[in-house]
Write a protein that binds this ligand. Structure first.
Ligand code: TXA
Ligand code: MG
Length: 315
């Protein structure tokens, strides 16, 4: 059931039930992070491999402190700048965090979401919420209550409706190591945002810690998405194929077209990406075309999601 009753959501969570929660990035599938049974049901409902750990959500950065230790001063600085916001921090966990949350790792990822409804909900609880994105594993993340209901509605009691997610891609996950900020997953807070504070930023894709969000196949639609150099060229060479196209700006293409933005606005593109992938997936064409995006700012997070969702063609 979809609804806006924060008190009801709080009481269900206190009973150990799952509740989908709105955040500014994507909707999360929330459970009491201190209740191992509730956590176990997240893995079951999402069909998520148990080796893929969960992010903990807090009402404030201060509220997260009992759950993490040896927090580098640089992370504290990032948190004071970006929390609440679309950034998550990989830190050493304390004994308050169960191994089932972290899939056995000594590190936990924590974040303070920037959404008034979920911040209010968290303030009613005396435990953090573990919440992965509220979709079946490896499908497109939900950016509205209806998306959650479409995917998981028959398995969860309540979807707390907080409107459409205003960022639309997941949080950036960072750690701090050897004097630099490591980006483990590109997301709502961009590399440039972090660099502007004077940090050296690296991408950890090739390094030891692998977050499973770095799995190659992710965000899958039912029909294939082709990442192409030029949609027009592809259509010209493949006039027999029935295609939909996702566009970054207004332009003419000879197939069904969905505008992610009218004028190549990267924030707008990120915001519309997942919802538009769902719409194109539901129409009656056979494949979805999209061009490579400018890799700057939040465009980097979009590029990352597209690489994982698509088949790359040099067409
Ligand atoms: O924006 C977001 O971060 C959303 C909203 C709901 O907060 N959540 C989200 O969760 O995207 P999820 O589970 O779909 O993605 C979290 C990523 C996964 O790739 C997971 O492997 C990684 O974070 N992760 C979580 N805890 C970790 C840990 N202890 N060590 C390494 N990676 C971790
Ligand atoms: Mg996810």
């Amino acid at each position: 059931m979809i609804g806006t009753d924060v008190a009801l959501a709080a009481s269900l969570l206190k009973e150990g039930k799952l509740v989908a929660i709105p955040t500014e990035t994507v909707y999360g599938l929330g459970a009491n992070a201190l209740d191992c049974k509730a956590i176990a049901s997240i893995y079951t409902v999402k069909n998520r491999p148990t080796f893929n750990p969960l992010i903990l959500h807090f009402a404030s950065w201060e509220a997260a402190q009992p759950y993490v230790k040896e927090v580098p001063e640089e992370i504290t600085r990032l948190a004071s700048k970006f929390c609440p916001g679309s950034i998550s921090f990989l830190l050493q966990k304390t004994d308050l965090v169960s191994d089932i949350v972290t899939a056995g790792s000594s590190h936990v990822v924590v974040r303070v979401p920037d959404h008034p409804v979920t911040l209010e909900l968290l303030s009613l609880l005396d435990f953090p919420l573990a919440a992965p994105s509220a979709n079946i594993s490896n499908t497109v993340s939900p950016t509205s209550a209806q998306h959650v209901e479409d995917g998981l509605g028959d398995q969860i009691e309540y979807v707390l409706d907080g409107g459409e997610s205003k960022i639309g891609v997941e949080s950036t996950i960072v750690s701090f190591q050897d004097n630099h900020v490591n980006i483990l997953r590109e997301g709502g807070v961009s590399r440039e945002d972090i660099q502007s504070l004077g940090f050296i930023v690296k991408n950890s894709n090739t390094e030891a810690i692998q977050t499973p969000g770095q799995f190659k196949k992710h965000y899958a639609t039912k029909k294939p998405i082709y990442l192409v150099e030029s949609i027009s060229d592809y259509l010209e060479k493949n006039s027999d194929k029935r295609c939909s196209a996702l566009l970054y700006e207004k332009s003419k293409v000879n197939c069904i077209a969905y505008l992610l933005s009218t004028n190549y606005d990267l924030a707008e593109i990120a915001n519309n990406l997942f919802a538009t992938m769902r719409r194109a997936d539901a129409d009656d064409t056979n494949l979805i075309l999209i061009e490579h995006i400018k890799e700057e700012g939040i465009g980097r997070a979009v590029a990352d999601r597209l690489r994982r969702a698509s088949i790359s063609l040099n067409a």
